[in-house]
Ligand binder design. Structure first.
Ligand SMILES: [Zn+2]
Length: 198
């Protein structure tokens, strides 16, 4: 859980509630130590909505920009929403709570992006301000399950029929998720396959 009341010396006292900027200049916001809290209508997230059963609802956002001890731009926070997807077991709508924690550090080059401290993902800094929504949407897309299911007790299809395939589906999902989180591993396995077939 992200703790916004932590004892970090970089904590700002300024929290902008209910206001989310359309574009962000991470360097400037980090120097100011700004925090933002607010929500955006789910239907604005076109790419995300394309995978959903329903575009109604809100996306909750918390963002905290600050400078790290070694003067690097950091964006911490989270984005969360209740998303409706079709349960692939009973084909009815399932409401899935999705949350993604943000731990981003500003980088200027690919080289810097590859050598970030453990636990951080790169935030590419540009001269011009960047749009906030696509950044949040990307995070949510990464958190979406590949295959959606109700929790077993809420599903209309009895568990006993599907236990085995559930286990398989779960394993497949974990594998997909791993690949999605790390596109380089996909490249590596593609290369490995290529070698094998040569
Ligand atoms: Zn179901």
């Amino acid at each position: 859980m992200f703790d916004s009341k932590g004892a970090s010396p970089y904590d700002s006292t300024l929290m902008l509630s209910g206001q989310l900027p359309k574009t962000i200049d991470p360097r400037k916001l980090a120097r100011q130590g700004l925090k933002f809290e607010g929500s955006l209508a789910l239907k604005q997230f076109d790419r995300l909505v394309a995978s959903l059963a329903d575009d109604q609802g809100e996306v909750q956002v918390f963002l905290h920009f600050y400078m790290s001890e070694d003067h690097r731009v950091v964006l911490e926070g989270y984005v969360e929403a209740n998303l409706k997807m079709i349960c692939q077991r009973c084909l009815d709508v399932a409401e899935l709570p999705v949350r993604s924690d943000l731990n981003l550090m500003g980088v200027l080059t690919d080289e810097q992006a590859r050598s970030l401290p453990e636990g951080y993902e790169p935030l590419m800094l540009r001269e011009e301000p960047m749009a906030l929504l696509p950044l949040l949407e990307e995070e949510l897309l990464l958190s979406l399950p590949i295959v959606a299911y109700h929790p077993p007790e809420a599903c209309q299809v009895q568990q006993s029929f599907t236990t085995e395939s559930d286990e398989e589906a779960k394993a497949a999902r974990a594998e997909e998720e791993r690949k999605r989180r790390n596109p380089f591993s996909v490249l590596a396995s593609l290369k490995a396959d290529q070698k094998k077939s040569e």
